[in-house]
Design a binder for this molecule. Sequence first.
Ligand SMILES: Nc1ncnc2c1ncn2[C@@H]1O[C@H](COP(=O)(O)OP(=O)(O)OP(=O)(O)O)[C@@H](O)[C@H]1O
Ligand SMILES: [Mg+2]
Length: 361
Amino acid sequence: MNLRQQQQKVFDESGENLVVGSEQHCPVEPSILADITEDSPLVVSVIRSGLTAEVFHLRIDGKDYNLKKRRQVAKVANLDGQYSFLNEVQRRNDLQQLKEQSETAPRLTHIVPTIYANYRLGIILSPWIEGEHISEVTPDLIQQLFTTLLACEEHGLMEWDLCSGNLLVDQHQQLWLFDFGYMYSFNPKKDFNSNGIADPLFHMVERFETRFFFGWLLKQDHSLTEQLELYRTLKQMGVDVYQQKVAWLKVHQAKATVINHFESLIETWQRALACDDELRHLFQLESFRSHVLDIEDDIDGQSCTELTLQRISLVLDVLRSDFDYLKERGGLFYANKGKSQQALIEQYEQKRELAQKYQLR
Ligand SMILES: Nc1ncnc2c1ncn2[C@@H]1O[C@H](COP(=O)(O)OP(=O)(O)OP(=O)(O)O)[C@@H](O)[C@H]1O
Ligand SMILES: [Mg+2]
């Protein structure tokens, strides 16, 4: 158990409550919200995708709301999953405070407001956002996402789960973030991310690439040239946002290790942006990294799909064709580090069998 999980366990067992917002802003009594089921006349529709919560679209006195209700028993076995509802109420508390202060509010306009949340009642109430999960990667949407994430990080909050299901785009092409079950706190001046300095691999641009971009690309029908153009845009915006991050880190006298880390990402990306050959190499390296990370998540959670199999095929292709390059450029990390080409190919063939066994039906 890490420190955060320990603290969340202590809080959970203490019986203490955490309430965000005021009961007065609730359109009905909180206890009524807590008892809502799909049969309630207030319910427009139910979204059952969640593992730890059920989500209801409510209409009360002509106004639309989103109610997230904790499941009695979480469907995820791991600790982060078990504490994700508590974690979300905690982060909603942090974010709502920042959204209510005039100095910090303007950069958090893409964060869905919390009208009312009550941990012990197991409810989080927000306005309903009429929109769709992100399906196009435009410079404008990336910009909205990265600037919001940068603001969150300056406040010591890092979002890990930037999957399409957690990114809504409304009719005005405004992006909305609303699921904070895996947003963790960290010290942006001392840490690379919420794992301290242990895992430099993870950062906000990588999170978007891993949880959304490269998987989404596999499902599109784009030519390699088109994929590279989208990737170029993404990297350009990544450079821009990390330049802003570095400027902030310097002003706030952050540790040199943190500044150097982000400066070195910027340099690598700028080299790629200046040379098509480099861009192709980096694309291969970063897509390989993202697929490797997401394959692990799917197999760990025994929640594999057709996309997991596609990712595994791609990883196998790259291992067969570009092993030496991967090895040289740090493409083999964690459990893959130090293994031979043959061993890795066999390992991913085994993972393919596991992924076939764990297909969600
Ligand atoms: N404020 C909102 N307005 C409109 N739709 C929303 C809102 N909040 C969530 N949704 C919809 O509900 C879905 C599920 O919500 P959310 O991501 O918060 O929970 P979850 O991921 O299902 O739960 P878990 O955290 O247990 O995985 C989202 O993918 C989105 O489509
Ligand atoms: Mg979600």
